[in-house]
Design a protein around this ligand. Structure first.
Ligand code: ZN
Ligand code: ZN
Length: 301
């Protein structure tokens, strides 16, 4: 009971600190210049608000996740450790990786996680889209959008992240630190901040603008920018798409039956994958939406 309270308390406190921190960062950013109305409609009011229209709805996700999904993930990991230990290779390179200095383990761990994120994220866009589309249904981004995941998508993601690191043989400290940094950057790139990095940094690290393009309505940005920490993985593997001085026209899944759905409860969200008119397992081509002139020439930072 006490442990549960501590876990709940620390989750609420850390989420609040992260939200306030990103809000403060966004207050310090210069006001974006440009005539384009989209900037005001979709991107970042100035001064930016700590929460946006979707926040109240998205706030249910971490609660559901803490009550249902995370315990299931913990159970899945326990099963994996107890049953898989005898049948699966695990801690394969523990002798090499586990003994590396902590900083090297963290950097290497981040690289390994992000490569696995690229593979898993590309996979769900192609074969698991009706579930992952829930994440892409957000019409505005905020740090809370990070949690906007169908429980099954969340379950698969967490289990894969853990399994990859565990099988390779990272120490517990290296594994936890790499996961925390990855999660922190994931909050950052989803937050209500319009920020691109100068070259060559924009090809190395994932910026908030880079992830905004991952959520963009523009068809040319679909199935791009899968990573959450290292932009160079996307760049090298041919899925990098971050136009200079431009922002997307808007965000969403580009499927009207999903974007226009009236969202009332988190439970109704669970059925979305089964309610889609065309239960698309791959992100469908955009035929109904015409989005020309996507490169708006806005000063992005
Ligand atoms: Zn995605
Ligand atoms: Zn996202």
């Amino acid at each position: 009971m006490n442990n549960q309270l501590i876990a709940w308390g620390s989750t609420v406190v850390s989420l609040t600190i992260i939200g306030v921190l990103f809000w403060l960062v966004s207050l310090r950013l210069p006001k974006p210049e440009g005539k384009n109305e989209n900037l005001r409609n979709f991107h970042c009011a100035h001064p930016p608000s700590l929460i946006n229209k979707e926040f109240r709805f998205e706030g249910f996700y971490p609660v559901f996740s803490a009550l249902i999904t995370k315990p299931l993930i913990a159970y899945g990991i326990m099963v994996l450790l107890s049953v898989g230990r005898d049948h699966l290779p695990y801690q394969i390179f523990a002798g090499y990786v586990g003994g590396l200095p902590l900083l090297v383990q963290i950097l290497f761990g981040l690289l390994v996680i992000d490569v696995s994120v690229w593979i898993r994220h590309g996979f769900v866009h192609k074969y698991f889209w009706s579930f992952h589309a829930v994440h892409h249904s957000a019409k505005e981004l905020s740090w809370m959008t990070t949690h906007r995941l169908h429980p099954l998508d969340n379950f698969v993601m967490s289990l894969i992240n853990f399994t990859v690191l565990y099988m390779i043989g990272f120490s517990a400290e290296g594994m936890v630190a790499a996961m925390i940094i990855k999660d922190f950057n994931n909050y950052f790139v989803h937050s209500n901040i319009v920020l691109d990095y100068p070259k060559p940094l924009k090809y190395i690290l994932v910026s908030p603008n880079m992830h905004r393009w991952h959520h963009a309505l523009e068809p040319e940005a679909h199935n791009k920018n899968f990573c959450v920490v290292f932009a160079f993985i996307d760049y090298v593997l041919g899925t990098y798409y971050v136009p200079d001085n431009a922002l997307p026209k808007g965000y969403g899944s580009n499927q009207t039956e999903l974007d226009d759905i009236e969202r009332k409860t988190i439970l109704s969200e669970l059925w979305i994958p089964f309610k889609l008119k065309r239960p698309a397992m791959a992100r469908p081509p955009v035929t109904s939406v015409t989005l020309e002139d996507s490169k708006t020439g806005i000063g992005a930072s």
